[in-house]
Design a protein around this ligand. Structure first.
Ligand SMILES: C[S@@+](CC[C@H](N)C(=O)[O-])C[C@H]1O[C@@H](n2cnc3c(N)ncnc32)[C@H](O)[C@@H]1O
Length: 244
């Protein structure tokens, strides 16, 4: 079965039209300025349709983007002509190149469903960084009281509707949310599922220290949530680690 992003790639930028990518770039550059490395080459992991990459490339950064969904990359390639894009999984990509910065944005890190997967991915980010290189990713904020619950949310356009019903589940060794998406695309009904893992800031920071990031901090930033009016604001966490 096709994954969510294969099904929605051509609608992705409309669905998330409210997302403030410019502000993300402001946040990224604040972190870059504070690091000891002059950031020129950036690896954007789970780059999607390349919205951050377009803005960063315009500012003169050299961009490589990877994503596991070819359909998303096809859009990124058209949008950002002077970047390199590769289809790869964040847990095991091998680029034989190291970067000044590795970024992974818009909760893409939550595609690691438990701490074991997260460790594999963060070790891979670490491997692809130059010494003193900076790693930045953001997640939904996770409160200690993550609990089992149901939720629903949607987006609609002339010929495209998408409704998400989700449930969150905490077990002894993981906390995941699974969403069932119902999609009507030019009259055709489809469905797919999508799962995300959730981590406490303390768990992420402990993992980053274990991997060898010598300083790791996180910053809480108010951010719009996925809803058709984009009116509600939820906090997000930006995590930053520096390679020794
Ligand atoms: C919410 S989108 C974020 C895209 C982009 N970073 C942005 O801010 O618009 C999540 C992206 O993660 C990608 N993705 C999901 N699992 C992945 C994995 N294991 N490895 C690499 N990319 C993955 C999806 O294909 C999708 O493009």
């Amino acid at each position: 079965m096709k994954n969510l992003y294969q099904k929605i790639s051509i609608h992705y930028d409309s669905i998330y039209r409210w997302k403030d990518y410019e502000n993300d770039v402001v946040i990224l550059e604040e972190f870059f300025r504070k690091s000891e490395i002059m950031v020129k080459q950036i690896l954007d992991v789970a780059c999607g349709t390349g919205n951050h990459d377009l803005l960063l490339a315009r500012k003169g950064y050299r961009i490589t983007g990877i994503d596991s969904t070819a359909e998303m990359l096809a859009i990124a390639k058209k949008k950002v002509r002077n970047a390199i894009f590769r289809e790869s999984d964040m847990k095991d990509f091998v680029l034989n190149h190291t970067f000044d910065a590795v970024i992974c944005l818009f909760s893409s890190i939550n595609y690691n469903l438990d701490l074991r997967e997260l460790e594999k991915t963060l070790r891979n980010f670490y491997r692809h960084l130059k010494p003193k290189g900076i790693c930045i990713f953001d997640t939904w904020i996770l409160k200690k009281n993550f609990r089992n619950r149901l939720n629903g949310i949607g987006y609609t356009d002339e010929d495209f509707d998408i409704v998400r019903f989700g449930y969150s589940k905490a077990t002894s060794n993981s906390r995941t949310s699974t969403s069932l998406y119902l999609i009507r695309d030019r009259g055709k009904l489809q469905f797919c599922t999508d799962s995300a893992g959730h981590f406490l800031p303390s768990e992420i920071l402990a993992l980053m220290r274990k991997i060898g990031f010598n300083s790791s901090e996180y910053k809480i930033v108010p951010h719009e949530i996925f809803d058709s009016n984009a009116t509600r604001k939820v906090d997000r966490n930006f995590f930053v680690g520096i390679k020794v």
